[in-house]
Design a protein around this ligand. Structure first.
Ligand SMILES: [Zn+2]
Length: 447
């Protein structure tokens, strides 16, 4: 199936590339790679995932990613390439083992949530109680949680616009802290993910950075189904859980920045961005290697155009999106007073683009014109509002208009934040299309 998809992608891309993307000279090294089309965006995400791999904030991979960002922007012949330092927290995963010990033994597939506290080295054993949602936690009496392992069982719905993720995510971000307040010994959530693989989905929880955070993990969806069935049978369910993550000293990371300098109004900025950090379980190919590839391939396309755009197009690879968005905050502190005419963020994998939304009067007035410019890529105008994404948040709060290129996220939350987030999941044709859309939109606003 994958082979066929890439062959199909190759035929589309041979057309797309002729018009818009510089061909990569990357040599094929395996049969799987040999059918990857010669496309700049794909070459970039392959380089990031194969040469750097996992790059969670503060880790050695994070430092390697910053170096990769600098050398890649130089290879793409961008101007004013630099790394702007950002201090980030550094949480490191340890042992993670969970099993049901009664009424019948089952080894669980689970992983610590980012920011989880640790159990003792020998683990803890406690009865498991199940709650359906964050609302259910808030209506429970503290006595019900005392010393228990709380299982939050909220499913994530599959949706093209990713809305199921937004509806479920508070169980991960707020669930553990709400259970800790009510005396729980630990929290184990159903993974925030739409797949039925036995792979758990990690992600940030609000205990991040707290030295005495509650142990908190996510189980794979099949394991969550199992625990739910056992509890529904009515016999007491007991779990043994060992998690030994550590909160280490803060580390230096960086926002990596490059530009195509405007020919007429170089001080006015069109910002395109994605995040350079990833979770530690996979290679961060979709989250957010795809976004990094989209914005770098887009600015490369603009860099090759003559004459240059009237305003400056700036690409920012943000630090620390997954664990605190300190890169986004640092960028706004350093650059918030510069005039930004628009921001466009890529952080939804490699699914095909299908619509644009905008925020801000200047962009609203141009919505139809901008959508027309990318209509040949299958992208329509959507009149819904948008805040643009996590990394644009602090600039959005300062009044920067945004464009949101909506990508098909139907399959994205199957692999998001799992060990399965690897290069083979990249949809090459859709990635190139999205990069081209970013280039068209950024250039249109820059002019
Ligand atoms: Zn992301």
């Amino acid at each position: 199936m994958r082979f066929d998809r890439f062959l199909f992608a190759a035929s589309i891309l041979s057309i797309l590339n002729a018009a818009c993307v510089k061909h990569s000279t990357t040599a094929p090294t395996s049969p799987a790679i040999a059918v990857v089309p010669p496309n700049e965006a794909v070459a970039i995400v392959r380089s990031l995932t194969d040469e750097v791999g996992p790059r969670s904030a503060g880790s050695p991979g994070d430092r390697a990613a910053v170096a990769w960002g600098l050398r890649t922007m130089k290879r793409l012949e961008l101007s004013n390439v630099r790394a702007e330092p950002v201090m980030v927290r550094h949480w490191q995963r340890g042992v993670e083992v969970g099993e049901i010990v009664a009424p019948s033994p089952h080894r669980l597939s689970l992983t610590a949530l980012g920011g989880s506290g640790a159990t003792p080295d020998a683990g803890i054993e406690a009865e498991v109680i199940e709650v359906a949602s964050l609302d259910a936690i808030q209506s429970c009496t503290p006595a019900a949680f005392d010393g228990k392992i709380v299982f939050i069982n909220k499913a994530t719905a599959r949706a093209r616009d990713g809305a199921g993720y937004g509806a479920a995510i508070s169980t991960r971000t707020r669930g553990p802290i709400e259970c800790a307040r009510r005396g729980a010994a630990a929290v184990v959530i159903r993974s925030i993910g739409t797949d039925n693989n036995r792979l758990p989905h990690t992600g940030i929880t609000r205990t991040y950075g707290q030295p005495k955070a509650i142990p908190a993990a996510a189980m794979s969806n099949p394991d969550a189904d199992l625990v739910h069935r056992l509890i529904a049978d009515g016999k007491p369910v007991r779990m043994h859980l060992t998690l030994t993550p550590q909160l280490l000293e803060d580390e230096q990371s960086a926002n990596v920045i490059g530009e195509v300098v405007g020919g007429e109004k170089p001080n006015e900025i069109v910002l395109i961005g994605a995040h350079l950090d990833s979770w530690d379980l996979g290679d961060g190919a979709l989250d957010d290697g795809a976004g990094v590839a989209i914005v770098l391939a887009a600015i490369r396309e603009i860099a090759l155009q003559k004459p240059p755009p009237k305003r400056t197009v700036r690409v920012v690879l943000f630090a620390d999106e997954e664990t605190g968005a300190r890169g986004a905050k640092a960028y706004a502190e350093a650059h918030g007073r510069e005039p930004h005419v628009v921001g466009i963020e890529a952080d939804l994998g490699s699914g095909a683009p299908y619509a644009i939304r905008v925020h801000g009067d200047a962009m609203k007035a141009r919505l139809n014109e901008l959508a027309q410019a990318v209509a040949h890529l299958g992208i329509a105008a959507d009149t819904g509002d948008t805040s643009g994404g996590t990394d644009l948040g602090p600039m959005f709060d300062l009044g920067m208009p945004v464009i949101d290129v909506m990508q098909d996220a139907t399959l994205y939350f199957d692999v998001h934040h799992t060990a399965n987030d690897t290069f083979d999941k990249i949809d090459a044709a859709a990635l190139a299309k999205t990069a081209h859309a970013f280039a068209i939109l950024a250039r249109a606003v820059a002019d």
